[in-house]
Write a protein that binds this ligand. Structure first.
Ligand code: ASP
Length: 354
């Protein structure tokens, strides 16, 4: 045990001394940042038309701007991520709310969660139908119920009591999603064969008060049945936020993200390094690039088990980053340092925003 501890400490010293020091903000202006995603997957240039690509970029920018405005004006991280997710839930291009994938039975069942990094309060809903904005319901579970997670009919009853807006089934449906389900059934394909991208939406943010929040919303995977629940509503898997470390939202093959506990694993590793740093004078382990290494290591773990997908992340220092092992991920980020960008493919430049 002692030997293991010494080895672990030595490894950290090696890692921390070769990494650059963090570029701490020189000005007194509190910083803010936000990152969003609209799903990861087999998103390739050759499968896109210019119009379709432009439509995705515009939708991402719109969601990013909605969150940005709130943060610029001094609003909370929770309100910022909610604003970004609301727009994507209403957009049929994404697999959340309107435009969600179909279950085996031809219905839409939503999963969503939200987490407040201040006190790690959280709310989640799983397998709910007819709710226009599942992210609002998740937030209500957090703020207006004594619970963290509600499912199915009970969650819908709670939604009705809270006065949440509902929509008829046809409002959520799209031709493309219906066709994906039919193809899956006819050709006995898996959800992965027909879901060329996952399409879940999510957002993470750090506000001027230093508070972080994360949220994720999805229709799950095409043809899901038997009440299948993915990672999106599972706190610690698809969503996690802790002011001491980071905020994460995930998209991908949910079963693997649950098994790895992706979102919390990343934040936990970051926290461990931070704690180590604070007890080791002169060592700085949280410079730019370090969170990326930790996030990539967790995503490597997902890949090792056979899963794919990606995450978005903001750190307590305001760094924003992505980590994904798919051909693309609909994504965007903005910071108080003047960054505001959206991207789709893996090979698009992602300059450091610090
Ligand atoms: N993670 C989601 C799920 O497994 C799917 C997605 O990201 O689109 O339900």
């Amino acid at each position: 045990m002692m030997l293991f501890r010494s080895l672990a400490a030595a490894a950290l010293i090696v890692v921390t001394t070769v990494l650059p020091l963090p570029a701490l903000a020189q000005d007194d202006e509190p910083r803010w940042s936000i990152a969003i995603h609209g799903g990861a997957g087999t998103i390739r240039r050759e499968d896109m038309t210019p119009e379709r690509e432009a439509a995705y970029r515009a939708a991402l920018q719109q969601a990013l701007d909605a969150g940005t405005r709130i943060l610029e004006e001094g609003g909370s991280a929770l309100d910022a991520i909610e604003a970004a997710i609301l727009l994507m839930e209403d957009d049929p291009k994404f697999n959340a709310g309107r435009g969600a994938v179909y279950t085996w039975e031809g219905a839409h069942e939503f999963d969503a969660s939200i987490m407040d990094g201040r006190d790690r309060d959280a709310g989640a809903v799983a397998g709910v139908t007819g709710i226009r904005h599942p992210i609002l319901l998740a937030r209500k579970v957090m703020t207006d119920s004594p619970h963290v997670m509600l499912a199915g009919q009970g969650a819908e009853q709670f939604a009705a009591e809270q006065g949440l807006e509902t929509m008829p089934p046809e409002w959520f449906g799209t031709e493309a999603r219906r066709e994906a389900l039919e193809r899956m059934k006819a050709d006995k394909l898996s959800a992965l064969d027909v879901d060329i991208k996952f399409g879940t939406v999510g957002a993470v943010a750090l506000d001027r008060d230093g508070n972080m929040a994360a949220g994720t919303s999805t229709g799950g995977m095409t043809g899901k049945r038997w009440g299948r629940i993915g990672d999106a509503p599972v706190i610690g898997a698809g969503t996690y936020a802790d002011n001491r470390s980071c905020a994460v939202s995930a998209t991908g093959w949910g079963e693997y993200f649950i098994r790895v506990g992706v979102a919390k694993s990343i934040c936990e590793r970051l926290l461990m390094v931070r704690n180590f740093e604070s007890t080791s004078a002169g060592l700085r382990a949280t410079g730019p690039g370090f969170a990326q290494i930790l996030a990539d290591s967790v995503m490597d773990d997902v890949k090792r088990l056979g899963g794919d997908g990606g995450i978005i992340l903001v750190t307590a220092a305001g760094e924003t980053l992505y980590s994904f092992n798919t051909a693309g991920m609909y994504r965007g980020r903005a910071t108080s340092a003047g960054v505001s960008e959206v991207a789709i493919y893996a090979d698009e430049e992602q300059p450091s925003d610090r």
